[in-house]
Design a protein around this ligand. Structure first.
Ligand SMILES: CC(C)(COP(=O)(O)OP(=O)(O)OC[C@H]1O[C@@H](n2cnc3c(N)ncnc32)[C@H](O)[C@@H]1OP(=O)(O)O)[C@@H](O)C(=O)NCCC(=O)NCCS
Length: 231
């Protein structure tokens, strides 16, 4: 349950509760966490699992944020397939420039982690997507040589893909670029035979929630993130 990559990246030992735990199971986890010098435990619980949420809160877990997950079925019989452009390694600085401006709200700011470190999370994420080392690929939308926005995704199984990040340069938002990126993603995924795309966003990101709804995504599930600082 220790998150090795995240712990290394943020410089704090972070663990995550997986699945539902009983009261006694949680007690054992918290004792073990203290022994292993875990600093932060996070939990992502289905919003309908009120008993689990209440039990965690009674044991000192605090509300962090809500996570809303959407899904869209891909229509594979599209007549006109839009083109897509895969980002190349020489695009990374421009993509990181966009990422640093648009992903300004991580839940890790709220727990006192080094802000500069948290700031760079999305820059690392987009670079990894271009290299195919976390998300599988990154697509871009360009105006001549200018990159207006990007979308990253991971193929989860033969039928399902998940969007990691989508970001549009603030100067070009609300002009249809995000929608074009989703169409590019559809085209790329249709080639792979993918049938559905999932994406999660923060409940408080009103623009992103409405953006997905406008683009034919349907609500699949909602979760609440909770956290407890141990040290
Ligand atoms: C979310 C985002 C990718 C949308 O891209 P975009 O190019 O601005 O979106 P589009 O112009 O294609 O808009 C499509 C629809 O999204 C919604 N939308 C877009 N911008 C909006 C805004 N400022 N307020 C409310 N709704 C908005 C609208 O429903 C819009 O449809 P409409 O133009 O018919 O009203 C972009 O705003 C962005 O980069 N945001 C910051 C990063 C982020 O939050 N990413 C998502 C989480 S990973």
């Amino acid at each position: 349950m220790k998150l090795d990559w995240d712990s290394e990246f943020f410089g704090h030992t972070i663990a995550e509760l997986s699945g539902s735990v009983s009261r006694s199971g949680l007690e054992a986890v918290l004792n073990e966490a203290k022994k292993s010098s875990i600093e932060l435990i996070q939990a992502c619980v289905d919003l309908s699992d009120v008993d689990q949420i209440n039990m965690l809160e009674e044991n000192g877990f605090l509300f962090w944020e809500t996570k809303v997950t959407y899904e869209k079925k891909l229509s594979l019989e599209k007549k006109e397939k839009p083109q897509y452009i895969e980002a190349q390694e020489n695009n990374v600085p421009a993509l990181q420039n966009i990422a640093s401006q648009v992903f300004v709200d991580s839940k890790y700011y709220a727990v006192g982690f080094d802000k500069k470190k948290v700031d760079t999370l999305y820059e690392v994420w987009v670079e990894k997507a271009v290299k195919g080392t976390f998300d599988d690929f990154c697509l871009i939308h360009q105006d001549e040589d200018d990159i207006l926005g990007f979308i990253t995704a991971k193929i989860l199984d033969k039928k399902t893909a998940r969007i990691g990040l989508i970001g549009v340069d603030p100067r070009h938002q609300s002009k249809g670029t995000g929608t074009q990126l989703l169409l590019s993603l559809d085209a790329k995924l249709a080639e792979e035979g993918i049938e559905k795309i999932q994406v999660s966003t923060q409940g408080k990101n009103v623009v992103a929630n409405n953006f997905y709804i406008k683009n034919s995504f349907y609500l699949k599930e909602s979760h609440v993130w909770l956290y407890k600082k141990i040290i």
